[in-house]
Design a protein. Structure first.
Lengths: 229, 273, 340
C-alpha cells in the first residue's frame, strides 16, 4: 500500500528532476496519441455523423457493427496490426513495426469505432427541428452539414475525449506494435507495464499519475469549448 | 512566395541531413529477464560509442523473440534457450550462433523453507516440493526460463506438474513471477541475474532467498544469433555481424564480467576464444 | 400585368396512402400578403414547407421568379425564407442568430446595422436583446427573434406558418406590424397561415381557406363535417341535438366521413313565402350576427340552423329579407355544394 504514497513522491521527483526517460516516454505518448486522434477524428466524425444523420438500408446493422467494434481488445488489434506491418506481412516494406507511426495506426483502429458510434449518437440526439429551420433560411447542403455539426459539438467533444482516454491508456497495441523500445517507442503505459513487471510499483504509480496529469491538462484546455456561447 | 520556397528547401535539406547523420540502428529481440538485469542499458552506450551504431531492442518472451527473428522484424537475437536456438539455426532462420556469457539458475523460496530443500540437488529439491505439495511458481510462458524449468521437472522422471494445485503458472516475466511467488510464499526457479536485481530492489533483504544453487543442470547459456540474410534479405546483416563480433571481443567480454549489481557479478563471459 | 413571383402547378403531396395537399394552380404576386386560414391538419403547414423548399412534394412544379426551384436551389437562396411552426434557434446569442442567414450567404455588408434594424422591426430593443442568450427568451420573444432572422435576409417572399400560435397578445401585434412594415419598406411578399381568420383578414390582401388539403379561393366557406344520416330525401348531420335540424344536404358519397363545403356566397336568404328554383334546398334559419365583407359592399350574415353555424354573403337586395329575431328561410343550389 505504501507504494502508492511513494508513487506520489516519485512522480514529483521524476517531473522536477527532468528525468530523461520519463520525458521521453511522455513525448512518445503525446506523439502517438496526437497522431492516432487526428486520424480517427478526421475519419470518425464524418462517418459517425453520416451514420446518425442519414436513413439508408442496413443502417441498423451497420450501427450494430460499429458499436460492437468499440469492444475490440487492444491486444487483438495489436496482433492484427503486427501481422500486417511485420516484415513478412503485406505492408512490411513500409517499415512501420517498432515505430510510433505504426502504434498510431493501431490506436486509430481502436479509436475510430468509438468516435463514430458516439458521434452518431450525438447526431441522433440533435434537435430534429434544426434541419427544417436551417433549410427555411435557404442554406446549402454543405452549410446544413457544417452548422448541424457545430450544434452537436458538445456531443462530438464527448466522443473525442472518450476516444482519447482509450488511446492514451492502452498498452496492448503499443506493446505489440511498438516493442517498448527505450527512447523510441516506450510510452508511459508501456513503461508502467515494464516497471510493474520489474516489481517497481512506486515507479509504476508515479508514471500513472503523470499520465493522469497529461489527461487533465488536455481536458482543461478543451473545457472552454463546453461553455455555451 | 520566394521566402516560402526557400524555407521549404532548407527544411528538406535539414530532414535529409538528419536522416544521414542519424546513427545506423540495429534492431534486437531479447528476453525480458535479460533486459531486466540492466546489462543492455550499460552495453548499448558503449557499443554506440565504439561503433557508431545505435542498439535498439525489444524485450519479450523467448518464443516471441525467435518469432520476431523468423518474421524478419529484427536483425539479431540475444536469448538463452540453446535447444530452440539450435533448431532456429537449423531451420535456416539464423546464422553464427555464438555463446557469449552464462549465468546460472537458482531455486529460491521463503527463508522458512517448509519443504526443506536447502542445499539439496535440483532433483531432490523438486521431489521434496512435489511430495509436500509446496507452492511453486512457474513462468508458464514458453520462455527460456520456463523451458529450462520444464526440463528439470522431466529430469526427475515424473510427469510435469501441469495441473497440480500447488503449481502456479503466472504466464509473465521473471520479476513478476518472483513477486507473485513472494506473495504466495512459493518456491520458484529464476536466473541469478534477475534474483540479484530483485535482491537489490529490496535493499538486500528480499522475502525470498536462494535455497538451491551450483547444480550443473542449472547453467543458463546466453547466445547471440544473427538473423539470416538468406531468409530475410532486408535485414541489416552487416550491423548484426558487427554486434555479434563486438559481443565476443575481449574488451566487451571483460565489460560483461565486470558488470555488477550489489557488488555481485551477474554474468560469466564465456565466448569461445 | 405583373409577373407572378411564385407559380405552383399540379401540386400533390401524400404521406403513404393519404393525400394531404392537392392544388392545381396557385400564383403569388410580389408585395402581396396572402393569408391561409384553416384548422390543424388542413394542409397549411405542408403547403408552406413545400413552398419553402424544405419538403419535396410528391408531385408538382414550383417556379420562382420564372425558374423552376427545388430543395437547396441556389436560385431561391436568400429569396424565399420561412418561419416554421416550431423554429429552432441556434445555440448562440440573439444577434448571432439573426446574423446567421446573411453570414452564410456571405452577405456581410453593414450586417450589424441590419441586425439592429431587424430587431427593431419585430419590436425587440437591440440594446437589451442583442447579446442575450437564447435560453433566456420567452416563447413570444423567441418567435420574434426567429422572424427577425428571416426579415434581415430581405427575401422576396416570406412564408409564416402560424406565427401567432401560443404567443402573447403583444408579440402577436408586433408580428403583424413587422409584416406590414416589411412589405412597405422592403417589398417583401408574404404567405401567412393561421387558424385565426380575423387576424389574417385584418391585414391580408386575400385570404384562402384550407380544408382537408384543398385551398378555397372564396372569401368565406361553410365547412360542415359529417357524419350524415338520411331523413327522407335529404341528409342531416348526426351531431344535431334535434333530429331534422341543421342544414340539409343531398346524399354524400361517404356519409360516414365526408364534409360538406358550401361557399358563403352560394347561401341565399329569401322571404318566407318566396319560391325557389326546383333543385334548390331550403331550410329555416335564425339570424345570429352580421358583419361586412372585406370589400365592404356585401353583408356577412351569421345564421343558425339547429346547432349549425353558417355564414352567408348577401347582396343589397337580400337585406330586406332579413328579420332580426325571426325565423327566415335560407336556400342554396346543391350543385355548388362540394363534398370532401
Amino acid at each position: 500500500m505504501d507504494f502508492i504514497v511513494e508513487g506520489f513522491l516519485k512522480a514529483l521527483q521524476l517531473i522536477l528532476s527532468g528525468d530523461p526517460e520519463t520525458y521521453s516516454a511522455v513525448k512518445a505518448t503525446i506523439h502517438v496519441s496526437s497522431l492516432s486522434m487526428l486520424v480517427s477524428l478526421v475519419a470518425g466524425i464524418p462517418a459517425g455523423f453520416a451514420l446518425g444523420y442519414f436513413a439508408f438500408p442496413g443502417k441498423r446493422g451497420l450501427r450494430l457493427v460499429v458499436d460492437t467494434l468499440m469492444a475490440l481488445p487492444t491486444v487483438f488489434i495489436g496482433l492484427v496490426v503486427y501481422a500486417v506491418i511485420s516484415s513478412r506481412g503485406p505492408l512490411g516494406s513500409m517499415g512501420l513495426l517498432f515505430t510510433l507511426e505504426g502504434m498510431a495506426i493501431g490506436q486509430a483502429i481502436l479509436a475510430f469505432p468509438v468516435v463514430a458510434a458516439l458521434s452518431a449518437s450525438a447526431v441522433e440526439s440533435m434537435d430534429s427541428r434544426l434541419r427544417p429551420t436551417l433549410m427555411s433560411l435557404g442554406v446549402s447542403r454543405t452549410r446544413l452539414f457544417l452548422t448541424s455539426l457545430r450544434e452537436v459539438r458538445f456531443g462530438l467533444l464527448v466522443a473525442s475525449l472518450n476516444a482519447y482516454g482509450r488511446v492514451t491508456t492502452e498498452v496492448g497495441i503499443s506493446m505489440m506494435v511498438g516493442g517498448n523500445i527505450k527512447w523510441h517507442t516506450r510510452t508511459i503505459t508501456t513503461a508502467i507495464a515494464l516497471e510493474t513487471g520489474k516489481g517497481m510499483f512506486d515507479t509504476g504509480i508515479a508514471l500513472g499519475l503523470i499520465l493522469l496529469l497529461i489527461a487533465f491538462a488536455v481536458n482543461l484546455s478543451l473545457s472552454f469549448l463546453r461553455k455555451f456561447e | 512566395m520566394r521566402i516560402k520556397k526557400t524555407a521549404l528547401y532548407v527544411l528538406g535539406l535539414v530532414l535529409l541531413a538528419v536522416q544521414v547523420l542519424a546513427a545506423d540502428s540495429l534492431m534486437m529481440a531479447t528476453t525480458t529477464s535479460t533486459d531486466d538485469t540492466g546489462l543492455l542499458n550499460a552495453l548499448a552506450p558503449v557499443f554506440q560509442k565504439e561503433t557508431g551504431i545505435e542498439l535498439k531492442w525489444t524485450a519479450t518472451g523467448t518464443g516471441k523473440a525467435l518469432k520476431l527473428g523468423e518474421n524478419c522484424d529484427v536483425d539479431v537475437l540475444l536469448v538463452h534457450a540453446p535447444e530452440v536456438e539450435k533448431a532456429f539455426v537449423e531451420k535456416g532462420f539464423g546464422l553464427n550462433r555464438k555463446e557469449v556469457m552464462y549465468n546460472d539458475f537458482v531455486i529460491i523460496g521463503p527463508a522458512a523453507d517448509a519443504a526443506k530443500i536447502k542445499g539439496k540437488s535440483v532433483k531432490e529439491a523438486f521431489d521434496l516440493i512435489r511430495g509436500k505439495s509446496a507452492a511453486f511458481a512457474s513462468r508458464g510462458d514458453k520462455s527460456g526460463t520456463h523451458v529450462m524449468e520444464q526440463d528439470l521437472w522431466k529430469k526427475t522422471g515424473k510427469a510435469l506438474p501441469e495441473k497440480e494445485s500447488w503449481y502456479i503458472q503466472t504466464g509473465q516475466g521473471m520479476l513478476q513471477t518472483i513477486s507473485i511467488a513472494a506473495e504466495r510464499k512459493a518456491y520458484t526457479l529464476t536466473d541469478r541475474g534477475t534474483f540479484i536485481k530483485y535482491e537489490s530492489d529490496h535493499k538486500g533483504h528480499p522475502p525470498l532467498v536462494i535455497l538451491v544453487e551450483g547444480d550443473d543442470v542449472l547453467k543458463n547459456q546466453y547466445s547471440v544469433i544473427e538473423v539470416s540474410p538468406k531468409h530475410c534479405p532486408k535485414v541489416k546483416h552487416d550491423l548484426a555481424k558487427k554486434f555479434s563480433d563486438w559481443m565476443v571481443s575481449p574488451k566487451t567480454q571483460k565489460f560483461i564480467g565486470d558488470f555488477k549489481l550489489l557488488g555481485k557479478p551477474l554474468f560469466t563471459p564465456n565466448a569461445k576464444k | 400585368m405583373t409577373r407572378p413571383l411564385y407559380e405552383i402547378r399540379n401540386l400533390l403531396h401524400r404521406y403513404g396512402e393519404r393525400t394531404v395537399l392537392e392544388e392545381d394552380g396557385l400564383d403569388l404576386y410580389p408585395e402581396t400578403i396572402t393569408g391561409i386560414a384553416g384548422p390543424n391538419g388542413s394542409g397549411k403547414s405542408t403547403l408552406i414547407n413545400i413552398l419553402a423548399l424544405i419538403v419535396k412534394p410528391t408531385r408538382g412544379t414550383l417556379a420562382f421568379m420564372g425558374r423552376n426551384v427545388s430543395l437547396f436551389s441556389v436560385h431561391a437562396r436568400g429569396q424565399i425564407a420561412a418561419l416554421t411552426q416550431d423554429p429552432a434557434l441556434l445555440k448562440r446569442n440573439v444577434a448571432a442568430n439573426v446574423a446567421y442567414g446573411p453570414r452564410v450567404l456571405n452577405d456581410r455588408e453593414n450586417l450589424d446595422r441590419r441586425v439592429t434594424e431587424a430587431l427593431d422591426a419585430v419590436g425587440l430593443d437591440p440594446a437589451v436583446f442583442a447579446g442575450r442568450n437564447v435560453r433566456a427568451l420567452s416563447g413570444g420573444e423567441a418567435r420574434r427573434v426567429a422572424l427577425a432572422a428571416r426579415l434581415v435576409l430581405k427575401p422576396k417572399l416570406l412564408l409564416l406558418d402560424e406565427p401567432t400560435a401560443h404567443v402573447d397578445e403583444h408579440s402577436s401585434a408586433m408580428i403583424r406590424q413587422a409584416v406590414l412594415q416589411a412589405r412597405q419598406r422592403w417589398k417583401t411578399a408574404f404567405l401567412i397561415s393561421s387558424h385565426d381568420r380575423e387576424w389574417l383578414d385584418s391585414f391580408s390582401d386575400q385570404t384562402l381557406t384550407a380544408f382537408h388539403g384543398r385551398l378555397f379561393r372564396e372569401e368565406r366557406v361553410n365547412i360542415l363535417p359529417g357524419p350524415w344520416k338520411q331523413d327522407g330525401d335529404l341528409w342531416f348531420r348526426t351531431g344535431e341535438s334535434e333530429p331534422g335540424t341543421g342544414m340539409p344536404v343531398p346524399a354524400p358519397p361517404d356519409p360516414g366521413r365526408d364534409a360538406a363545403v358550401l361557399p358563403a356566397s352560394a347561401l341565399r336568404v329569401v322571404a318566407s313565402g318566396e319560391p325557389v328554383p326546383e333543385p334548390w334546398i331550403r331550410f329555416p334559419v335564425v339570424l345570429a350576427g352580421t358583419g361586412l365583407s372585406r370589400t365592404r359592399d356585401c353583408l356577412l350574415l351569421a345564421l343558425e340552423a339547429g346547432d349549425t353555424r353558417l355564414v352567408a354573403m348577401v347582396g343589397e337586395d337580400e337585406w330586406k329579407n332579413i328579420r332580426p329575431g325571426q325565423t327566415c328561410v335560407a336556400c342554396y343550389d346543391p350543385s355548388r355544394l362540394m363534398f370532401r
